[in-house]
Design a binder for this molecule. Structure first.
Ligand code: SAH
Length: 216
């Protein structure tokens, strides 16, 4: 479907960035990156008018595009520098992936739902971004391309996957929502040395669950 980005959409985006600033997002580079990605391209046409509300929406296969505040918060916590290698688990609509690309990161992203992996690839490429996209199980990470400066998990994990910790650079950070119920705690896990990790909590969020293995 033909999608256009109009002045009206840009105006709505600017208003959403003001809202995210009021909600506590401080890093202007993150707000610029979110402003530069037309979120309405990532929602099915039935939800277009809600694209710039601070809400999550269905994207098919029982999954959701994360709330704009959540995307901005996780991106801010990663503290991305240009050229950083970032691994994302849960490509979903591809929106967060594009925000990471806008931050100047080199991105690897994994999605376990075939339909979403296929659809997001077409959309991301059409917008001119060049992340490395995979249909697979994010629990395993991407050992062939490790270590990463940052890893972001965009689905609710029952616990912290060991494989992801082992693929972090020393000084790198894993941003992951952890919890099995309706809400998860956003954890920032920093790798201080080969064996030492420290954790900080950043409030409660609601994510779709991180599930095992690929789905068709
Ligand atoms: N970042 C996405 C959020 C999508 S919701 C966006 O901006 O749209 C989380 C996604 O994680 C879903 O698409 C779900 O299918 C995916 N997911 C769940 N478990 C996974 C796993 N083990 N590996 C890879 N992706 C997974």
């Amino acid at each position: 479907m033909e999608r256009v980005d109009t002045y009206r959409h840009k105006g709505l985006r600017k208003r959403l960035m003001d809202e995210l600033r009021e909600l506590g997002i401080r890093d202007e580079r993150v707000l610029d990156a979110c402003f530069n990605v037309p979120r309405h391209f990532f929602l099915s046409s039935a939800f277009l008018e809600f694209a710039y509300d601070n809400k999550a929406f269905q994207i098919g296969a029982g999954q959701t595009i994360s709330q704009p505040f959540t995307v901005a918060k996780q991106t801010e916590l990663l503290e991305i520098k240009k050229g950083d290698k970032i691994l994302e688990i849960g490509t979903g609509s591809g929106y967060q992936t594009c925000v990471l690309c806008e931050m100047g990161a080199k991105v690897w992203s994994i999605e376990r739902q075939k339909l979403l992996a296929d659809n997001s690839k077409v959309l991301i490429r059409s917008l001119g971004y060049r992340p490395n996209l995979y249909y697979g199980d994010g629990y395993k990470g991407k050992p062939a391309f490790a270590p990463f400066d940052g890893i972001i998990v965009t689905c609710g994990a029952p616990s912290i996957p060991e494989a992801l910790l082992s693929q972090l650079k020393i000084g790198g950070k894993l941003i992951i929502p952890v919890g099995e119920g309706k809400t998860q705690v956003m954890l920032e896990v920093t790798r201080n040395s080969a064996t030492d990790f420290s954790k900080r909590e950043h409030g409660n969020f609601a994510f779709v669950p991180m599930l095992n293995d690929r789905a068709r």
